[in-house]
Design a binder for this molecule. Structure first.
Ligand code: 0O2
Length: 272
């Protein structure tokens, strides 16, 4: 399932006078049309590749790592707001220099391992290089947020030649996606007051979801549970006891490259 969340803008829709020199504002608007077009193109290329993989798994194999894909172009208002929030002037150069999530894709995976499997598939050829990687699964954000964020370098072919643009890919499980979407709704969209207590409860929900993700993975792989139900001292069969203690309490990473990752989970690969 594909969900595109944003429409396009184009030059003919803008009232640019042919007789007078364009104002700075008109130049900015024309530049933004180009930004929109170029990042839309990069988004299409990356999404097309993901669709190809998704189709291959659905038609050729029993299991597809992809549950569904969503994608969006950041709105110009949102780009301007982010630049200002970071202390930059709203210029076309600053968009290219400082905003790496103009084009964004969310890949919702079935199981934890699928996330790292998709990462390997996306980056094992020369097509897409990882510019920046932040692993919020190994190192969740303070809010409890979990996802693997990749900024990919995506080449597009335009009339002037090949252009390389960043595309943000957020990889997460269905459960992580449920949490992120409801947390966002509660924190920013809901009219009710968002309290410190709400934040703490959401952190606990995120931890519980992390455990559920690991257990679902173990069930799928036919592995022993990390927890087992025991009778408690009074004979009530509700106590949950850990059966496995791993060095990494968050996730047993299947990718050797990831296992060698930096301790804070943030890996930056220079474009050179
Ligand atoms: P949208 O509409 O999803 O694009 P920034 O924090 O944006 O200044 P950076 O490096 O992009 O800088 O931040 P980060 O945290 O690595 O990634 C930002 C995106 O991750 C957000 O996008 C969200 O999609 C997601 N995200 C990060 N933290 C949380 C969180 O605590 N809760 C939820 N629900 N999502 C989170 P945008 O830009 O906010 O919006």
């Amino acid at each position: 399932m594909m969900i595109e969340k944003c429409g396009s803008i184009c030059l003919p829709h803008m009232k640019l006078s042919k007789d007078t020199a364009p104002t700075a504002e008109q130049e900015l608007m024309a530049g933004m049309v180009r930004v929109n077009h170029l990042f839309r193109s990069a988004l299409k290329v990356a999404v097309a590749q993901l669709e190809i993989l998704d189709e291959e798994f659905s038609t050729m194999y029993d299991h597809s790592p992809i549950h569904h894909i969503e994608y969006r172009l950041k709105t110009m208002d949102s780009i301007s707001e982010k630049l200002k929030r970071r202390g930059y002037e709203v210029t076309i150069d600053n968009i290219y220099a400082h905003i790496q999530d103009v084009a964004g894709i969310r890949v919702i995976c079935n199981y934890l391992d699928d996330i790292y499997y998709m990462r390997r598939l996306l980056t094992r050829t020369d097509s897409f290089e990882i510019i920046r990687e932040t692993d919020y699964i190994k190192n969740p954000k303070e809010s409890g947020y979990r996802s693997l964020h990749l900024i990919l370098d995506v080449p597009i072919m335009i009339s002037e030649g090949t252009l390389h643009l960043p595309v943000e890919v957020q990889l997460r499980t269905i459960a992580m996606d449920m949490w992120a979407s409801l947390e966002h709704e509660l924190r920013y969209k809901s009219k009710r007051h968002f309290s410190e207590n709400d934040a703490t409860r959401l952190q606990l929900c995120a931890e519980a979801i992390g455990e559920i993700d690991r257990e679902m993975q173990n069930i799928y792989l036919g592995e022993e549970p990390e927890y087992e139900a025991n009778d408690d001292a009074d004979g009530n069969p509700h106590t949950i006891t850990p059966t496995v203690t791993t060095a990494d309490p968050h996730f047993n990473c299947p990718d050797p490259a990831m296992a060698d990752d930096t301790t804070d989970g943030k890996k930056t690969v220079s474009l050179g």
